[in-house]
Design a protein. Structure first.
Length: 271
């Protein structure tokens, strides 16, 4: 598949919607997302390339959920994040002052990188990069044999999931959203060659009802800044839905992480 023949990136992953991550409201809500389980970090550290520098590149680091923990175990983590609001929140969180965690405020496509890296990770972020530019860049800065790992958080369905889905469809500001598989999107365009995958065991995570509502406002389409006055209406309906299912104070979630790793492709051809 030639570069010219590649289908356009899905519209709902385009820059108009990706710009939501610059909103301070999104950054404030982000820490309410469920944490990655310890097993996810163990898998990532096991992927460090042999005989490569013990350095990790975090692509679209957000508030540093992956970067802070990984920095405890390697020589250096470069956390690349284009949103200053995300970096400000990240620097306020535990572990953010580690001397070997370097925040770089920049898109990955033009960031001042200091490779080669023994591993690159992207936690729910590769979606928003310019794939035609980002993947050749990653291929260039990874050490021989090093991989890019895509890391995704998942939650088990709850009794109110279907009703919440209807609310999400009604109030999301991402009016172009369609279901998709990021791995399929990347592989089919010749950006990524999959070499392996893993899934952590299920873990339980309990948070307050208000934190659970806030976590949804860290998702694309639900920036409180973009929703405006609709935010109060949505939040009230969301809380009423939870109350109708007996949720008074807290929510217990069953979560897991899925990881897929492989080789970012610099060429224009498919793998």
């Amino acid at each position: 598949m030639s570069h010219a023949a590649r289908p356009p990136k899905p519209k709902h992953l385009g820059p108009d919607y990706g710009s939501q991550w610059q909103d301070a409201a999104m950054a404030r809500a982000y820490p309410c997302r469920p944490p990655y389980p310890p097993a996810a970090y163990k898998i990532l550290l096991s992927l460090l390339a042999d005989e490569a520098p013990p350095t990790i590149l975090d692509v679209g680091a957000g508030t540093g959920d992956l970067a802070r923990e990984l920095a405890l175990h390697v020589e250096r983590v470069d956390a690349v994040e284009p949103s200053p609001a995300m970096i400000d929140v990240g620097k306020s969180l535990g572990g953010a002052k580690l001397g070997n965690l370097r925040w770089i405020e920049s898109p990955i496509e033009s960031a001042p990188l200091d490779g080669p890296y023994g591993l690159a990770v992207a936690g729910e972020s590769i979606h928003w990069t310019n794939w035609d530019l980002a993947f050749p860049r990653l291929a260039e800065v990874l050490a021989p044999g090093a991989v890019l790992a895509l890391v995704g958080r998942h939650e088990a369905r709850l009794p109110w999931s279907d009703s919440l889905g209807l609310l999400i469809a009604r109030y999301s500001t991402n009016r172009d959203y369609t279901p998709y598989d990021i791995e399929e999107e990347l592989v089919s365009r010749g950006h990524f060659e999959v070499l392996g995958r893993a899934r952590t065991d299920d873990v339980t995570f309990t948070q307050s009802r208000d934190e659970y509502v806030d976590a949804l406002h860290s998702r694309n389409g639900f920036s409180r800044t973009r929703m405006g006055v609709a935010t109060k209406v949505f939040d009230a309906k969301f809380r009423d839905l939870l109350l109708s299912h007996g949720v008074q104070e807290s929510v217990e979630l069953t979560t897991w992480t899925e990881l897929v790793w492989g080789r970012p492709l610099a060429s224009q051809g498919a793998p």
